[in-house]
Design a binder for this molecule. Structure first.
Ligand code: GRF
Length: 219
């Protein structure tokens, strides 16, 4: 590896605990990526404070100020280009990005979703999992495609659904797994090891990649 750290932008809408996990990972100088900008569509997002505390430049682009989604996407794209981002991580970003934006960042636009996709896309994934009675739940980091919570899977972490779980306890168990999984997947992408072939991701080097398969990870 050349030692160059790949510039990454993180898009958020709220709490920013996954952002924090990425900030913490990037604090290691040996990590192959660095966060150069955090952008929120909501000026009240708590994650903006996390970024500021870490000394990362932030920007708020309020979607409400744009009449059309395309115009919001264009403003977002301009901000990311100005920041010099080469990879974009969605981390609790609650806006759907249009096809032009997604195509512009194809293969370099990651999302984390709190379920084992393709099960339970959309909102309220923990309630969906409890209602379905699944025994394993978890989270997925995937390349973004225009469909909701759709795209080639980079990595997944599975956790048990335990007797007595409610949405709160299950969400907390999954969230801890998210914080382990996202930095691992970003590392693989930043190292250039992730290639999208059709609907699937292949990893350079082939074979099983433990970083993409976390099972009941302890935090
Ligand atoms: C996470 O559960 C993430 O998977 C989902 O939204 C939540 C964001 O949480 N997309 P946070 O803002 O990272 O704390």
């Amino acid at each position: 590896m050349s030692g160059r750290r790949i510039p990454v932008a993180v898009l958020i809408s709220g709490r920013g605990s996954n952002l924090q996990a990425l900030i913490d990972a990037c604090a290691d100088p040996a990590f192959p990526a660095e966060i150069v900008r955090v952008v929120s569509n909501d000026p009240g997002a708590a994650g903006l404070d996390r970024a500021a505390t870490a000394g990362i430049a932030t920007e708020t682009i309020e979607h409400r100020q744009f009449a059309r989604r395309e115009a919001f996407d264009e403003a977002l794209n301009a901000a990311l280009e100005t920041a010099g981002a080469e990879i974009v991580c969605l981390a609790g970003f609650m806006r759907i990005l249009g096809p032009a934006f997604v195509a512009r960042w194809a293969g370099r636009l990651l999302n984390i979703h709190p379920s084992l996709l393709p099960a339970f896309p959309g909102l309220h994934t923990h309630a969906q999992a409890l209602a379905a009675g699944v025994k394993l739940h978890g989270c997925t980091v995937h390349m973004v495609r225009p469909g909701l919570d759709d795209g080639p899977i980079i990595g997944q972490a599975a956790v048990p659904v335990l007797p007595g779980d409610d949405e709160t306890t299950l969400a907390a168990r999954v969230l801890a797994a998210e914080h382990r999984l996202y930095p691992r997947c970003l590392r693989l992408v930043a190292e250039g090891r992730v290639t999208v072939a059709g609907d699937r991701v292949t990893l350079a080097g082939g074979g099983a990649e433990p970083d993409t398969q976390l099972i009941n990870p302890k935090s």
